[in-house]
Design a protein around this ligand. Structure first.
Ligand code: 3HC
Ligand code: NAI
Length: 669
């Protein structure tokens, strides 16, 4: 039974039980409708409590039904049915009341919640707007400003704040059901508040809409739903209730079938598939209660911060006292930044630092459960570190390397118990970036692989399993993308045009701007290293710039010029001169064609990665680019984009036939 009814005197308690998250599929909508009919007709009942079994209140519409024809009762009708029921309904919320779930709660006359519950309208994160009155009832409950904040960002609001804003009526301490029934008993003895459909929506202060148009458009960076959600709230405040509902529903149905919504649904399911690889079903990770980082540089400090933020005690090991002092300063700097931005209290900062043991002595690692190495990207240095770790750590301690490009198997050469060794590739800044590439070697034990995923969950990161190759998934595609961008420069497309095209596509930055920010020298040194080892590394335009001293912003210029103190890239005559001999203009390309070419090139490399088994599924590659490289979420990632373009579109985009590997991904080999 998805919906069941119990009676406690004059109060009926409807319990929804539709695992895993009580999504509003057809059976639940029908069940609630029938319950409303039954209870309206029951003279012994004066109020209704709506509560859910399992981990959460109703988490929204059933996303899996979105591609299918809607079956009545439709959600907006159900919400209206509850709102106009003969008896007042009380939504009793635990977990999350999200999207359609919160809309059902808005149809109820009252909302009560436990303290750790949250409510929200996250529809924009799925490329849609609320479709059952969320944009119309929320401003009638809490005003336009709060409604706009909720529907345009999709961010949920925790119960205590929801109470102070008026989104809920009370926070229940102790048992939710008993508290909600007691609340209902009291509520029916006082005059009832008007249902939201009968309440006016007050106008926001002058200038509000114009300011929001700009703010929301800027934050959306090409995503369509936030601006459409804003328009719905505006209509809800300026139009009447029925007109606003119709406008919202029309917008919802229009967006539900859009490419952006399809892309965001793809990401939604990809994010739930990646953390749970089938191969790890039933595998239990080793317990981890303490951790260590080796190296307190850019990555070591960032990883230590991430570990401390998750509550793990951390040992930081550096090579000498000076480096250790710098490492602690790096870590302190990260927490200072959090304090400055109001994300951490000064006491919290002190607590974070108090949980760090700083040492130059590897002997302090005898009891740690997990070690993450982040020393120089130099095989001999890393091997020496693991030799020491092998000698001092427990044989079952998990030992991880954060290498970007080295082969983890080479790093682990000679390590005793190599089943405990794994690659955990964090992204800079490691306490911020969501992506974690998890790179097992052939020797890694399944439970140690499971440790990688468990750690990601603990740190709030998005884990993606990657196989061993040069650059794993993300950096390998990045390398190919940069080479393809250089090819366009060779074909006469201006550098600034390429960057503008990629920003226009929705990337946070263009490829050349990004290199200037990070520095061109790191990749250059790597190429030179490979050349010195006799590997065949073709010359790049970046080589020419670095050899001319142009290493990026830090050297005053790279692909662009910069005036001191100003990070705005200026097209550079010096670069034009340096590269003049390399440029052989081809056919003109507009920005769309440039962006499509580069994304198709990413997809080509991604397809090769899949064919080699370095990535297990196309959606993992999409997550890597979205969470590690600023690929626009609403585009779904390069593989999703490629599938949408199809073989014909990709042939046009690449100016040639797609590779066999890419055709195989498209299912057209
Ligand atoms: N529809 C269908 N399935 C859903 C779902 C939904 N709305 N929300 C979650 N699920 C599924 C997940 O796919 C997952 O399935 P799986 O176990 O087979 O992989 C399972 O439920 C558990 O989900 P999580 O792993 O995400 O569970 P958590 O406990 O970590 O999180 C949650 C729970 C916070 C509720 C989270 O699932 C969530 O945020 N869900 C999405 C909420 C949402 O976006 N709601 C709005 C939907 S759109 C809408 O309501 C339109 C309306 O306005 C008309
Ligand atoms: P970094 O140069 O900022 O820091 C390295 C630190 O390691 C230094 O503080 C150094 O003193 C310390 N160190 C060197 N030898 C040591 C030893 N034997 N014992 C203890 N400490 C030692 O380098 P960064 O950028 O933090 O990189 C570290 C690793 O992370 C490299 O393998 C790099 O490839 C990888 N990485 C770097 C990313 C980045 O964006 N910087 C991103 C992802 C991975």
């Amino acid at each position: 039974m998805v919906v069941s009814i119990a009676r406690e005197g004059e109060i009926a308690v409807i319990t929804v039980d539709n695992p895993p998250v009580n999504a509003l599929g057809h059976a639940l909508r029908q069940g609630l409708w029938d319950a409303a009919e039954t209870l309206d007709a029951d003279p012994g009942i004066r109020a209704v409590v709506l509560i859910c079994a399992g981990r959460t209140f109703i988490a929204g519409a059933d996303v899996t039904e979105f591609g299918k024809p809607p079956v009545p009762p439709h959600l907006p009708d159900l919400v209206a049915r509850i709102e106009t029921a003969a008896k007042p309904w009380v939504a009793a919320i635990h977990g999350s009341a999200l999207g359609g779930g919160f809309e059902v709660a808005l149809g109820c006359r009252f909302r009560v919640a436990v303290a750790d519950a949250s409510v929200g309208l996250p529809e924009v994160t799925l490329g849609i707007v609320p479709g059952a009155g969320g944009t119309v009832r929320t401003p009638r409950l809490v005003g336009a400003e709060q409604a706009v904040a909720m529907v345009t960002t999709g961010k949920p609001v925790k119960a205590p704040k929801a109470l102070s804003l008026g989104l809920i009526d009370t926070v229940i301490e102790g048992d939710l059901r008993a508290g909600a029934v007691a609340f209902a008993r009291e509520a029916i003895e006082a005059p009832l508040p008007a249902p939201l459909c009968d309440r006016p929506a007050s106008a926001p202060p002058e200038g509000f809409w114009a300011a929001q148009d700009t703010t929301v458009a800027k934050a959306a960076r090409g995503a369509a739903a936030p601006l459409r959600a804003l328009a719905c709230v505006k209509r809800a405040v300026t139009g009447d209730f029925a007109d606003a509902l119709a406008f919202e529903r029309e917008t919802f149905l229009d967006l539900r079938g859009s490419d952006q919504a399809a892309a965001l649904r793809h990401v939604f399911f990809a994010e739930r598939a990646a953390p749970r690889p089938k191969s790890l079903k039933g595998v239990v990770p080793r317990p981890v209660a303490t951790a260590a980082v080796i190296g307190g540089g850019t990555m070591g400090a960032g990883i230590a911060a991430a570990l401390r933020n998750a509550g793990l005690p951390v040992v930081m090991v550096e090579r000498d006292d000076d480096a250790l002092e710098r490492g602690l300063a790096n870590l302190g700097g990260i927490f200072d930044g959090a304090v400055k931005r109001g994300r951490l209290t000064p006491e919290g900062r002190a607590d974070r630092m108090a949980g760090v043991t700083a040492t130059t002595d590897y002997g302090g690692l005898a009891d740690v459960d997990l070690v993450i190495e982040a020393v120089f990207e130099e095989i001999s240095v890393k091997r020496a570190v693991f030799a020491q770790l092998g000698a001092v750590c427990r044989p079952d301690a998990v030992l991880a390397t954060n290498t970007s490009y080295l082969d983890p198997r080479d790093i682990a050469v000679g390590l005793l118990n190599p089943d405990r060794f794994i690659g955990l590739h964090f992204f800079s800044p490691a306490h911020v970036m969501k992506l974690l590439e998890i790179v097992p070697t052939p020797d890694t034990a399944p439970e140690v692989l499971a440790n990688g995923f468990a750690l990601a969950k603990r740190l709030g990161k998005m884990p993606v399993q990657a196989g061993i190759c040069d650059g794993f998934i993300g950096n390998r595609i990045l390398k190919h993308y940069r080479a393809a961008a250089e090819d366009l420069v060779r074909a006469g497309v201006p550098i600034a045009e390429i960057d503008a095209a990629m920003r226009g596509f929705g990337m946070a930055m263009g490829p050349f701007q990004a290199q200037d920010l990070g520095g061109l020298d790191i990749a250059y040194l790597q190429r030179e290293g490979a050349r010195a080892r006799g590997e065949d590394v073709p010359p790049t335009l970046g080589d020419i710039l670095v050899r001319a001293g142009r290493k990026g912003q830090k050297s005053g210029g790279g692909w662009y010029d910069y005036t001191p103190g100003n990070r705005t890239p200026q097209p550079s005559d010096a670069v034009a001169e340096l590269l003049a001999g390399e440029i052989h203009p081809g056919p003109e390309m507009d920005r769309d064609a440039v962006a499509r070419r580069l994304v198709a090139e990413m997809a080509e490399e991604a397809a090769a990665i899949l064919a080699e088994g370095v990535a297990t599924q196309p959606s993992d590659i999409d997550l890597v680019k979205i969470h590690g490289y600023g690929f626009p979420r609403w585009r779904g990632g390069p593989m999703f984009h490629a599938m949408q373009r199809g073989a014909e579109g990709l042939t046009q985009d690449l100016g040639r036939s797609p590779s066999d590997a890419l055709m195989a991904v498209l299912g057209q080999d």
